[in-house]
Design a protein around this ligand. Structure first.
Ligand SMILES: [Zn+2]
Length: 411
């Protein structure tokens, strides 16, 4: 147990001694490297209302500044997903979904959610879980599958898959209680009414007893609510005293835009549901409603492109994928859809460009495989072999296809 002895450190939040095999420098690097890819596998940034992100960052920083690790390189983003969720990567890289923001009533509740995530990052909970090997055994099951539109989830390769696991794996009850307790203390220190944290937990507990799949796939999957948590929070708030800033009006003002956009996102989510049931004309009608309501949302065009693909209309799909890419060029999924569609149209160079752009942000086995096909088709034998080799060990149908093609080329 030499490693354990050398690796002992003090929990930066609680002051307790704990096993620490991953040094702080590595913790910060991990969070910084995985932040963008992890955002992208969870819907990407919500870019239609940059003011909202500024606001979330302000509230987050108020909480971070009174935390036990105020010097972490904190960042806060709003993600474009209807799933009610929030997560933290090591080093203070935090995200909250549009789908959770619309469910909160005031700024104190937002501070509660962000404070809880700050503790997960500051107390190194996810780093601890990684050390314990829990994340590896958790595998990719359920990761990123919160919305059925994320079919790439099982295809993500390398470090980006680690980020998704760190963000979405389930925390232990002990970690949850610790995050609640310190989050409540930070609320008090920042001037927020800590009672908001209790209310939120009560709401989450009652919702989790229902059967709202959106919630069960989101916040509850990684941060399981419990009666124990509600009671512990209640006792703590009684001890330190409730009362403080709620910020109802400012919160309502700041989320007015996402509230107004909600019918468009509902129509988008409905279109996904219809498409997954095989009703592509119904899906098309629903996504057209969404596009009409908000013509600047890349996600809507990307979905309509995929519906056209399913209807064997790659020409129409191409127009929509180009639009999605022009609105949000950094988003790997839109580049990937576009690349695969260009390949179907036999536009090899365009396909190559889009797939390479996608791989720069989030490498996937499907894009490696198709880049291999393109290289082979264009007579770049060494490139083809290196793409196929990279994906041959990925397993599943894609890994098998790569193995077959590799064997055919090297025999
Ligand atoms: Zn939690």
């Amino acid at each position: 147990m030499v490693v354990a002895l050398n690796g002992c450190a003090v929990n930066p939040v609680t002051g307790e001694r704990q096993l620490s095999l991953i040094p702080e420098s590595q913790e910060l690097t991990l969070g910084a490297e995985q932040y963008t890819p992890t955002q992208q596998t969870q819907g990407g940034q919500f870019y239609l209302d940059p003011e909202l992100t500024v606001y979330v960052r302000e509230v987050g920083m108020k909480m971070a500044n009174v935390s036990d690790r105020p010097d972490l390189p904190y960042e806060f983003v709003v993600l474009n997903s209807s799933v009610p969720n929030a997560w933290a990567l090591p080093g203070g890289k935090i995200a909250i979904n549009r789908g959770l923001l619309v469910k909160l009533d005031d700024e104190a509740q937002l501070a509660s959610v962000l404070g809880h995530e700050i503790v997960h990052a500051a107390a190194r909970h996810s780093v601890q879980r990684m050390q314990q090997g829990m994340l590896i055994s958790a595998g990719m099951a359920g990761i990123g599958m919160a919305m059925s539109d994320n079919e790439w989830a099982g295809l993500i390769m390398g470090g980006a898959a680690v980020g998704a696991q760190l963000a979405l794996a389930q925390y232990s009850q002990g970690d949850e209680l610790e995050s609640d307790a310190y989050g409540i203390k930070y609320m008090k220190a920042a001037g927020y009414d800590p009672q908001a944290a209790v209310e939120l937990q009560e709401l989450f507990l009652s919702l989790s007893e229902g059967n709202e799949s959106n919630w069960l796939n989101g916040l509850f999957a990684s941060h399981p609510p419990s009666a124990t948590r509600v009671q512990a929070n209640q006792e703590l708030v009684q001890k330190i005293g409730g009362g403080g800033y709620r910020g109802i009006e400012i919160y309502e003002r700041r989320i007015a835009k996402i509230k107004a956009l909600q019918p468009a996102y509902d129509a988008h989510d409905k279109a996904i549901e219809l498409a997954s049931e095989g009703d592509f004309s119904g899906a098309l009608a629903s996504i057209n409603t969404a596009i009409k309501a908000e013509p600047r949302e890349a996600m809507f065009y990307a979905l309509r492109g995929r519906i056209y693909q399913n209807q064997n209309e790659p020409g129409k799909a191409q127009i929509d994928f180009d639009k999605a890419v022009s609105l949000y060029p950094e988003m790997f999924q839109y580049q990937l859809y576009n690349g695969l569609n260009e390949l179907a149209l036999n536009n090899l160079n365009k396909a190559k460009d889009h797939l390479e752009r996608a791989n720069e942000v989030v490498p996937t086995s499907i894009s490696y495989l198709r880049l291999g096909d393109i290289a082979k088709e264009q007579g770049r034998r060494d490139d083809a072999i290196s793409y196929y080799s990279a994906v041959a060990e990925a397993g599943g149908d894609i890994g098998e296809e790569a193995k077959r093609k590799l064997a055919a080329m090297t025999n």
